[in-house]
Design a protein around this ligand. Structure first.
Ligand code: IPD
Length: 263
């Protein structure tokens, strides 16, 4: 069942990525509206991409629920819900920076059981099933991911992101400034889903972000945890308040440091 959910996520995600590549104009993409703040943009292509994903999933599994970034929630009756970000990294998409993704997760009885992320611009794809590992796709082959251990927290490369609301950003910037002297460096790429896949691949050592929505986290979070990384919130499960990710070799020390920095 979980594999079937993942295969559906992959076939719909690939179609969605092809659609976005086909319709994206050259240069900058027009902003259609803004959401939580004047810099939190959405384009007509985000909306159309989500419509495509909704339609394909509904056709295949009409009784499932759906939670998407750009539309109303659908309450299902099957116990399966889809959690979808049609374009994670919308600002990169608008500017033409090739780091934006489709993120599709399936939740069963409120637990994420399958996750799929595709970098729309490059075509790189990742997948995971709960208890079955995570991988990068090489065609239809699965290259299993095992996040590397970290010898010293002071050498950790840490990825992060910032909320769109100026008051929250001010607090995040202050917390990042306190963190920076204790780690190797900070990266801010602009797609949480791609950040979480990069962590699983060992391209970063740790991650912290406040204000992630469930569609930013669901698929990438499973890919990261199935690669052996630990995810935590401020006091328990990761959530919108705080998401921290690190390899078990530094996790306890890193999570304490993040809290001490005032995130
Ligand atoms: C955003 C990206 C970004 C993160 C923001 C998210 P969106 O998603 O994931 O990396 O820092 O918090 O909102 O708005 O481009 O779908």
């Amino acid at each position: 069942m979980t594999e079937a959910l993942l295969e559906l996520a992959r076939s719909v995600g690939r179609e969605a990525a092809m659609y976005v590549n086909r319709v994206r104009p050259k240069g900058r993409v027009d902003v259609a509206a803004t959401k939580s703040s004047p810099t939190d943009a959405v384009t007509e292509i985000d909306r159309a991409c989500e419509e495509l994903i909704r339609a394909r999933i509904k056709a295949a599994r009409p009784d499932d629920g759906f939670v998407g970034e750009e539309g109303d929630d659908v309450i299902g009756t099957s116990g399966v819900d889809w959690v979808v970000d049609p374009i994670d990294g919308t600002v990169n998409f608008i500017y033409g920076i090739p780091m934006y993704s489709v993120s599709i997760a399936a939740r069963q009885d409120a637990e994420v059981v399958a996750g799929y992320v595709v970098n729309i611009a490059s075509g790189a794809e990742w997948g995971a099933v709960r208890g079955g590992g995570s991988w990068r796709y090489d065609g239809d082959d699965r290259l299993l991911l095992s996040a590397p251990s970290v010898a010293r927290l002071s050498h950790a490369l840490v990825a992060t992101g910032f909320n769109y609301v100026p008051e929250i950003r001010t607090k995040q910037a202050e917390a990042v400034a306190r963190l920076l002297p204790h780690v190797r460096d900070i990266r801010r790429i602009g797609s949480a889903a791609l950040d979480l896949c990069a962590l699983a691949e060992g391209q970063y050592d740790a991650y912290v972000e406040e204000g992630l929505k469930e569609w930013d986290l669901a698929a990438g979070g499973l890919i990261a945890s199935e690669s052996g990384l630990l995810l935590s919130g401020l006091d328990g499960e990761p959530d919108e308040r705080l998401v921290m990710v690190a390899h078990p070799s530094i996790a306890e020390e890193y999570f304490d440091l993040v809290r001490a920095c005032g995130f």
